[in-house]
Design a protein around this ligand. Structure first.
Ligand SMILES: [Zn+2]
Length: 234
């Protein structure tokens, strides 16, 4: 087998390795990302903090409302017990009673609003918890699949890698070095096929003299346009 054919075989192994490694990197990246789950978890945290704020406001307002209700009943008792000795004090007491009652009413409305907001937030939390459970279940399946893929790809990578070094050992090391350098600078393909007189990588037509040397295959010939090593096919 000519050196260029062997280098082409080496390239096929390298391209297979590139693909395996890129698939493995994608799977590993997806395994660490948990993107969908993290988004729901963040929303859940937000809603839970909101609920805490609403609940503590509700407790505070309830305490205040209770104090006002007590004040209101104390005033009522005073008003109806006839204990107000001075009749001039009566209007101011009546005014205070109605003021306190109005404040109690306002508090009741506020408490009701807070209860409604808490209920809405609880509903959103329940929805998010349900969504999280569903996404978590789907993620568990995906994770199992990805872990399996990573294991398979790792085995495939080891196998290809062994084949690659076995083949590379048997080749002229200078040619391998030239090939490796070219592959790095040419986006992964160092060896280009020649079909119907055209370099299949850059589509340039080769001069017939050039083509003869490629066809003979005694030495590696580089494309005068893209610089890749040329393998004659037809
Ligand atoms: Zn070319």
């Amino acid at each position: 087998m000519t050196i260029i054919k062997q280098l082409f075989s080496l390239q096929e192994l390298d391209l297979a390795l590139d693909s395996v490694r890129s698939q493995k990197a994608d799977a590993e990246k997806e395994l660490t990302a948990r993107v969908a789950l993290e988004k729901i978890e963040r929303s859940l945290d937000d809603e839970r903090s909101k609920l805490e704020v609403i609940q503590s406001a509700h407790r505070m307002q309830q305490v205040e409302a209770e104090t006002m209700r007590q004040r209101s009943s104390t005033l009522d008792e005073q008003l109806y017990s006839g204990e107000v000795a001075n009749s001039r004090d009566l209007p101011s007491l009546q005014l205070e009673v109605s003021n306190v009652k109005a404040q109690v009413d306002q508090k009741e409305i506020l408490l009701l609003e807070l209860s409604v907001r808490a209920e809405d937030t609880r509903r959103r939390i329940a929805d998010l918890e349900k969504e999280l459970a569903e996404v978590q279940a789907a993620w568990d399946l995906r994770q199992a699949y990805l872990n399996q893929q990573v294991a398979l790809l790792t085995a495939e990578e080891a196998e290809l890698s062994a084949q690659r070094s076995q083949l590379a050992q048997t080749l002229d090391q200078l040619e391998v070095l030239k090939y490796d350098t070219l592959r790095r600078s040419k986006g992964g393909t160092a060896v280009a096929k020649v079909e119907r007189g055209l370099c299949q990588s850059c589509r340039m037509s080769l001069p017939s003299q050039h083509l003869q040397r490629v066809r003979a295959g005694r030495q590696t010939v580089n494309c005068s346009s893209c610089g890749r090593m040329l393998l004659f096919l037809a």
